[in-house]
Design a protein around this ligand. Structure first.
Ligand code: DC
Length: 227
């Protein structure tokens, strides 16, 4: 069967640093859709907990925070490298959500069922409006199983660590490849073994292994799936 128009709800899932945000943003721009990176919501809750001196291992407190805090994810208001704005009570916390301390704690927070329930509900409401490229770990499996197109973007841990290392070094950070690789592997382990909504490809997802592909090749392949 030939598809007459582009899919309205596009879900892109995959492990950390597999290029989901880069591809998702390019795809959203090409189609004139909203780009929504759901990971920033888990990052926002993690940052607020740390900022309020709440122990991220205190599941009840962190869950209450996720339930009570309105998080807004809106199109980027500045061209400083951000893909979107992350606002909490009107305060811009976009760059705070990218701090290494958030990287180190976000997998713990995103494994809590109550946190996932609260954030998935908000994500679902936005996704169901359509004309959206939604990026995460469980979009095609849990948040929007009715998505018209599901892409699972994969790459080996070594390749993902290499890309992350190159990105951070370009930004002037002094980081070791081996340390980044260890962190990528640890986040994969937590994300894919948690009880609720573990990272996995939906049965009807198109799997793209980007190990030997350039950003442009992956983008062209994803775009072709939309046509
Ligand atoms: O994609 P990211 O690195 O910004 O994601 C941050 C964390 O949030 C990561 O540990 C996985 C988790 N996450 C999730 O569990 N479900 C999503 N839909 C998006 C992200």
């Amino acid at each position: 069967m030939t598809r007459k128009s582009s899919p309205s709800i596009i879900a892109i899932d995959g492990p950390a640093a597999s290029g989901k945000s880069t591809i998702g943003l390019k795809l959203a721009e090409a189609l004139g859709y909203l780009f929504f990176d759901t990971g920033v919501m888990y990052r926002a809750v993690t940052w607020i907990a740390l900022d309020h001196d709440i122990d991220v291992r205190d599941e009840a407190k962190v869950t209450a925070l996720a339930e009570e805090t309105p998080i807004d994810v809106t199109p980027a208001s500045k061209s400083d490298g951000r893909a979107c704005d992350v606002l909490v009570a009107g305060k811009d916390i976009t760059w705070e959500t990218r701090l290494p301390i958030v990287d180190a704690n976000v997998s713990i927070v995103s494994a809590y069922p109550g946190v996932r329930a609260a954030l998935s509900k908000q994500q679902r409401r936005i996704g169901q409006r359509g004309r959206v490229v939604m990026v995460g770990r469980d979009i095609g499996t849990v948040v929007l199983p009715e998505a018209d197109l599901k892409i699972y973007l994969d790459a080996s841990p070594e390749e993902r660590a290499r890309r992350r290392h190159a990105e951070m070094t370009a930004r002037g950070a002094n980081v070791k490849y081996e340390d980044i690789l260890a962190k990528v592997i640890e986040r994969d382990r937590i994300d894919s073994t948690r009880d609720v909504a573990p990272l996995r490809a939906a049965v009807d997802a198109v799997i793209i292994d980007s190990d030997k592909m350039s950003v442009n090749e992956v983008f062209e392949k994803a775009l072709a799936l939309c046509k």
